[in-house]
Ligand binder design. Structure first.
Ligand code: TXA
Ligand code: MG
Length: 365
């Protein structure tokens, strides 16, 4: 089943959204229909969290399997009481530190929240986004708003209104275009239902930031995730986003990885494949020479930069859009260097690992 409709797009100033447009979009939410909106992480596909039929439309529009639970978004900490029960004091402490912002907490679900939001679990994932458009929309609607990332199932998350349109045109009623999203990777999902909080999905709030408030926070091991129908957090499926291209992810000593990447690129090109490479600005030169040898077939090697090597924030902003660009250009293989699991690099490494369906080539010196 899919949800079909006519899609309307409205341009908004991300910092000062027009209240009339926000009000109109809030009305669309209130009658049970779907509004895609920017958050500081990625675009969300929003619906009234208290309306089971509207929640059903979200799953249908995304083609998302029913076992994959959704995040509920609120506009003020006081709204948490409408969404979750038995909220532990630590969750309030974390909210003080990280809300508004890219932290999602998994808490016991309030009975008024329809069970299908959480795929039938007794829990609910909640976050208070920092983006002015998201906040204004949720406030104007006067409702908790359920919003998964606004992409089709198995596609990279949407970081621009164009990405939303590419995936969901005809399946979302309104798209609020507030430009590109500043963080670029999704929120950190933190399970608060056990004594020691556990990160289920690394994201915009880093493990280092969490440790300053909760030193005993643990991290769910990506490699330990079984490929079954109901993992701890289904965004943790190892085959979460799969580019159409084969994804070749390399890890190890910097120079050894560079050399192996150059070798792989040359081999794949020789085999007649179209090769996409995720690089940094500084690395462009390392691969340009290979491109210069391709006068006859210049489009068979696409170097896509994630920005400066020293700027993980920029890499996070650019990652999903870079993957989309390489997919659109019809690459047979995408070759990338794995990120070191520190700071935002942990979220980046996690998304690349999933794109590579859990496979990493370890390069030894
Ligand atoms: O940054 C974000 O979190 C974006 C923006 C739109 O807020 N949303 C987002 O939603 O990434 P989605 O649906 O693509 O990812 C939700 C993640 C999934 O990994 C899901 O398994 C997990 O949150 N999740 C949701 N509810 C859960 C629950 N009750 N227990 C465990 N994990 C849950
Ligand atoms: Mg998603």
């Amino acid at each position: 089943m899919t949800y079909e409709t006519q899609t309307h797009i409205f341009q908004l100033d991300a910092q000062n959204p027009d209240p009339d447009i926000i009000k109109a979009a809030a009305d669309v939410l209130r009658v049970g229909r779907l509004v895609a909106f920017p958050t500081e992480t990625v675009y969300g596909l929003g619906a009234n969290a208290l309306d089971a039929a509207a929640v059903q439309r979200v799953y249908a529009a995304k083609n998302r399997p029913a076992y994959n639970p959704l995040i509920v978004h609120i506009a003020a900490p006081e709204q948490l009481a409408q969404v979750a029960i038995n909220v532990p004091p630590l969750a309030h402490t974390l909210a003080t530190h990280f809300w508004p912002g890219p932290l999602t907490m998994v808490l016991p679900r309030h009975p008024q929240i329809p069970p299908q939001i959480s795929a039938g679990r007794a829990t609910v994932a909640v976050r208070l986004p920092a983006h002015p458009v998201a906040q204004a929309l949720i406030l104007a609607a006067g409702l908790p708003v359920v919003a998964p990332s606004a992409n089709l199932f198995m596609r990279p998350s949407a970081t621009s209104a164009q990405h939303v349109l590419d995936d969901l045109c005809g399946h979302v009623d309104v798209i609020l275009d507030g430009g590109t999203t500043p963080v670029g990777v999704e929120s950190t999902v933190l399970d608060m239902t056990n004594a020691a909080p556990k990160v289920l999905r690394p994201g915009g709030v880093t493990l280092e930031m969490l440790r300053e408030v909760i030193p005993d926070v643990t991290l769910h091991d990506s490699h330990a995730v079984p490929e079954v129908d109901a993992p701890a957090s289904p965004g943790m499926l190892l085959k979460h986003y799969s580019p159409n291209a084969e994804m070749l992810l390399l890890e190890g000593d910097y120079d050894a990885v560079t050399a192996r990447m150059q070798q792989c690129i040359a081999e794949r090109l020789a085999a007649g494949q179209r090769v996409g490479v995720l690089v940094t600005d500084e690395e462009m030169a390392l691969f340009k020479a290979l491109q210069a040898n391709l006068q006859a077939r210049p489009t068979t090697l696409a170097l896509q930069s994630l920005g400066s090597r020293d700027d993980l924030g920029q890499a996070a902003q650019n990652l999903f859009s870079a993957l989309r660009v390489l997919d659109e250009r019809g690459m047979d293989v995408i070759i990338a260097r794995q990120f070191a699991p520190e700071g935002l690099g942990r979220a980046l490494a996690d998304r690349l690992l999933r794109a590579a369906e859990g496979r990493v080539l370890q390069v030894t010196v």
